[in-house]
Write a new protein. Sequence first.
Length: 146
Amino acid sequence: MSQINITHAVLVTLTATFLLLAFDRAGELRKDKYVYVPPAPKVAAAPAAVDPDKGKPPPHNDKVEDLPEGKNRELTFYTCTACHGVALIKAQGLTRDLWDSTLDLMVEKHRMPPIKPEERTEILDYLAEQFPPRRKGRGSDNPFLK
């Protein structure tokens, strides 16, 4: 049996290939293997341009005359429109207690500067008089209950 058949040739070839790959410490036979490359050092980014209008409400073109005539109209206008327009005020219809709670909410949650107590009373008087609740109690405007 000195004759080498094809099976022996394939077996010897595969064994030699696996041994070469196993002992290839330099990696010369495995060129497609990924190599770790450390990330490039971070470069300090240029400081972002400062937007002077950031955090400010959008501008509005409201005038004092946009609010209904009444005592303390000017005080209410200048206090409220520092943050929002007249349309937001006109859209509300609240009781005096709810207006008071709304002012508390704006001071606590929206960083509105606190209002002096005497000015707050005057503003609440104006808002409660000019923008009361639109609906009365349930059923009071139902014509079928009259």
